[in-house]
Design a protein around this ligand. Structure first.
Ligand code: PRP
Ligand code: URA
Length: 209
């Protein structure tokens, strides 16, 4: 079974409160999502392998550590995942970015795939799929399916807010995928929205509706 990590760092929790607040406008919402994505990337990269190199400080020679050439890929689920990409790239600028386009049918709540574009060396990369919301889990499961179908072997899923239903869905369908969350909320409402959640992530990020 994959692991579930809930990041309870005070800075992440503080910023998430303003992301949730309905009085937060589009500009501030976008900036906060970007900042939280950076903070989460800091935590999620904790297990990156290091290698030793030799350098010279102004004082002496020294053995020091750098990140061993890991190939990383960041995959936003369109639309709302886009809001998390730049924040992650601030810390891991060499990562390649792929895109998976999915929208949730408002009647069935099932994901509909409309776009997939990935780095060419899928099999060699460690991927982080990003989306602010893990609600029923349909979109996350479909995105992981799409990535695995094309050869991906190593996948993490990172979101801001998850419902227990979504976490269960990903754990059941993809037990090899670890899940990274800023907050685990109570439940879904009758329309499949996370309660208390933050509303419609795509609309709040892009100012639509
Ligand atoms: C939202 C969100 C997730 C999905 C989560 O996207 O960004 O992708 O819903 O719901 P699920 O876990 O029940 O699948 P939406 O479908 O609203 O598309 P959009 O980003 O294009 O607005
Ligand atoms: N998608 C969203 O944007 N918000 C939710 O609460 C659930 C799905």
């Amino acid at each position: 079974m994959g692991k579930v990590y809930v990041f309870d760092h005070p800075l992440i929790q503080h910023k998430l409160t303003y992301i949730r607040d309905k009085h937060t406008g589009t500009k501030e919402f976008r900036e906060l999502v970007d900042e939280v994505a950076t903070l989460m990337a800091f935590e999620i990269t904790r297990d990156l392998p290091l290698e030793e190199v030799e350098i010279e400080t102004p004082v002496s020679k020294a053995k020091a550590k750098v990140i061993a050439g890991k190939k990383l890929g960041v995959i936003p689920i369109l639309r709302a995942g886009i809001g998390m990409v730049d924040g992650i790239l601030k810390l891991i600028p060499a990562a390649k970015v792929g895109h998976i386009g999915l929208y949730r049918d408002p009647e069935t709540l099932k994901p509909v795939e409309y776009y997939v574009k990935l780095p060419s060396d899928v099999e060699e990369r460690d991927f982080i799929i990003v989306d602010p919301m893990l609600a029923t889990g349909g979109s996350a499961v479909a995105a992981i399916d799409a990535l695995k179908k094309r050869g991906a072997k190593s996948i993490k899923f990172m979101c801001l807010i998850a419902a227990p239903e979504g976490v269960n869905a990903v754990e059941t369908a993809h037990p090899d995928v670890d899940i990274y969350i800023a907050a685990l909320d109570e439940r879904l409402n009758d329309h499949g929205y996370i309660v208390p959640g933050l509303g419609d992530a795509g609309d709040r990020l892009f100012g639509t509706k």
